[in-house]
Design a protein around this ligand. Structure first.
Ligand code: MIC
Ligand code: SF4
Length: 643
């Protein structure tokens, strides 16, 4: 039987291992992407590893996350990134050029090729038929040296799309609907492959929205086929020559299959504080709203913002609503300008902000205390927006615009008027002048501001570990909980300063306790429930705890990218065998791992005991031999250096 398309692309890029669910495979990518929030660390790592050696392949770093410039640190980081890009022969996309995933979709993605990106939403490119996989920063630095990238091959679920969307119902509603259906199962280690007659009815921008939010389900990646719609999109970007056909097999060995009848999808909303708390907008009721924000890599395309302009045309944003519109890229902004749509948005009383992540990552536009903020972005973990007691609701651009007009959460069908009809340009305004190519020859000096600090080296894992449980957590702890972004993005290049904010929203005394143990050479241990490390790829959520002396995390389950980040930075991820064991361990318990190194090497189980409380438990690890070696060396940098 044929292979799923995802496996076919992997096979074309495979350098080691076997392709099949749960197998560790080594792959080499065609393209590599970083962004400023993860990129400063990528280049600090790369400086330690040596050279970038991706001859003939595209590597690019976007500046889109960290742009507010509250103090000199952001600008210093941008200069560091620009000079490091020139030094390592990497393209640099200046702040203002747009959100990386969307610019990449417009200008660089190629169907059938493989893209690695130090950001969880790089999967947006799946909308173009490109296989895109999110990684941690250190893994990306290693890939930049030309070494293979290792990851666990997912099991593939086929999603059959049938029929077509009804007026006012959108791609965002489709993915929220799918999240609602699949969230209760553990999706880590799976991928989604879209097929069926419904695909042809969706534009590339719509497919990209759907592929983008696979990240919120925890799937490794999502892939659409490429077809005439893809070709038309690429031709409008003057890139028809890069078009390749990616077909979905009629029959293949899929691990699972679901069907979505597009005609039955209605406007949906994800309620605070999780993208999987999904209900139809009409069921959520007419909640009063103080802020509406349109944009982000999920819904910042012309397809999205253009429709918002049409809905706002001749209307007024409700007096009690602060409306923000952040066109996803400079190209989107120019298209809006050229077609007069900016007039509609500004005329209605919305404020237009930069083409960056901005509100989505809490870098500006934090809602007021207790506010309801309705957003078109992908994540609404508590506090991510910058205000812990605000409630963020995730919706489509159409629902956002209707809500802005009415001042209450509104199903756009209740506007009782025809849905907006947007004509997408046959040729977008193309201008790549904000992407700076590296110089072909000559040495470039890397400029470092005072806030840029080299991460400190890790020690090897001790064979016998003595520690204490410093924090016991519940389910679904996101990386935003572990390490907030927003205002603290300026510390992405400074682990000692950033680590001071670890778990600050959950337990403000965590850092002091962890530092005290670290001084006394007691290992810090954390216990968590299901889905630990959901969300972002930020490796700082592993590096900062490790800097504070966290050496082991025992959880019921981990998210994929975060689990790799833990391993690569020398924190051992262990898993409970049952809920009883989770209940057994209590905060402050002293914990001993008497044979951790030997057990990691020789067995699938690891012994934990509490000499004071007198209990002993077995926990499992499920790590590959390579991962165990990385952990024993104290992380991937040491592992690479030792070879
Ligand atoms: C996010 O959406 O959480 C981010 C910010 O884009 C992150 C990356 C980061 O924290 O730098 C992601 O999704 O990987
Ligand atoms: Fe940026 Fe938000 Fe997209 Fe992350 S999810 S890349 S912060 S726009």
């Amino acid at each position: 039987m044929a292979l799923p398309a995802i496996y076919q692309i992997l096979q074309d890029h495979q350098v080691s291992g076997n392709i099949g669910p749960g197998e560790e495979v080594g792959i080499r990518a065609d393209q590599v992407l970083a962004q400023d929030g993860t990129g400063t660390m990528v280049f600090l790592h790369l400086g330690k590893l040596g050279k970038s050696r991706l001859r003939g392949k595209l590597a690019i770093c976007y500046v889109d996350h960290n742009t507010l410039g509250e103090g000199p640190e952001n600008a210093d980081d941008h200069r560091f990134l620009q000079t490091a890009c020139a030094h390592f022969k990497i393209h640099f996309s200046k702040p203002g050029n747009g959100i990386g995933h969307l610019v990449h979709l417009e200008r660089f993605g190629v169907p059938g090729q493989l893209l690695l990106g130090a950001d969880s939403h790089v999967t947006t490119l799946g909308g173009l038929g490109m296989l895109a996989i999110g990684t941690g920063g250190l893994e990306l630095a290693v890939a930049l040296t030309g070494a293979p990238h290792y990851f666990v091959c997912p099991a593939v679920t086929r999603v059959l799309l049938r029929g077509r969307l009804r007026p006012w119902c959108t791609a965002k509603d489709v993915i929220l609907h799918i999240i609602g259906r699949l969230a209760s199962r553990n999706n880590v280690g799976t991928a989604l492959e879209y097929a069926g007659g419904g695909v042809a009815t969706l534009s590339v921008a719509q497919r990209a929205t759907i592929a983008n939010m696979g990240a919120e389900l925890g799937v490794t990646t999502s892939l659409f086929p490429s077809d005439v719609v893809t070709h038309t999109f690429m031709a409008a970007q003057a890139r028809a020559r890069s078009y390749r056909r990616v077909r979905m097999p009629k029959k293949a060995e899929y691990a699972d299959e679901i069907e979505v009848e597009l005609g039955q999808v209605v406007p949906m909303v994800a309620l605070p504080h999780s993208p999987d708390k999904v209900v139809p907008v009409r069921e959520a009721g007419g909640i009063e709203v103080q802020q509406v924000a349109v944009g982000s890599c999920t819904n910042g395309a012309f397809h999205d913002v253009g429709k918002v302009a049409l809905i706002l045309r001749r209307g007024r944003v409700h007096p009690n609503v602060d409306m923000i519109v952040a066109p996803g890229t400079r190209q989107v902004l120019r298209t809006l300008m050229e077609r007069g749509y900016l007039k509609d948005i500004v005329g209605a009383g919305a404020r237009v902000t930069e083409s960056v992540c901005g509100f989505c990552i809490g870098n500006g536009q934090a809602p007021g205390h207790g506010w309801v903020s309705v957003r078109t972005s992908s994540r609404n973990y508590q506090g991510r927006c910058g205000t812990r007691d605000a409630g963020v609701y995730l919706v489509s651009p159409e629902t956002a615009a209707a809500t802005a007009l009415r001042g209450v959460l509104t199903d756009p069908r209740d506007l009782k008027r025809p849905a907006p009809r947007l004509t997408v340009p046959r040729r977008f305004p193309i201008d790549d002048s904000m992407v700076i190519a590296p110089p072909k020859q000559g040495k470039v000096e890397v400029v470092r501001g005072p806030n840029i600090v080299d991460p400190s080296p890790n020690q090897r894992l001790e064979p016998h570990l003595l520690g204490q449980l410093v924090l016991k957590l519940g389910d679904n702890i996101s990386t935003d909980d572990i390490l907030p972004a927003g205002r603290w993005l300026k510390y992405r290049s400074n682990v000692p300063a950033y680590s001071q904010h670890t778990f600050q929203g959950i337990d403000p005394r965590f850092v002091a306790r962890a530092e005290k143990n670290k001084k006394s050479a007691i290992a810090n241990i954390i216990v968590a429930g299901d889905g630990y490390g959901a969300g972002s790829s930020r490796e700082h959520a592993a590096m900062c705890p490790r800097y504070l002396g966290v050496l082991v995390i025992i959880a019921k389950s981990f998210e994929r990218i975060h689990a790799s980040n833990l391993i690569n930075h020398g924190i051992v991820p262990l898993q409970f065998m049952d809920s009883r064991s989770y209940g057994r361990i209590q905060p402050d318990d002293d914990l001993e791992f008497p044979w951790i190194v030997t057990e990691l090497k020789r067995s699938s189980l690891v012994t934990v005991r509490s000499p004071e409380k007198g209990y002993e438990l077995k926990v499992k690890h499920g790590l590959s031999r390579r991962q165990v070696e990385i952990l024993i060396e104290g992380g991937l940098l040491n592992y690479v250096a030792s070879r």
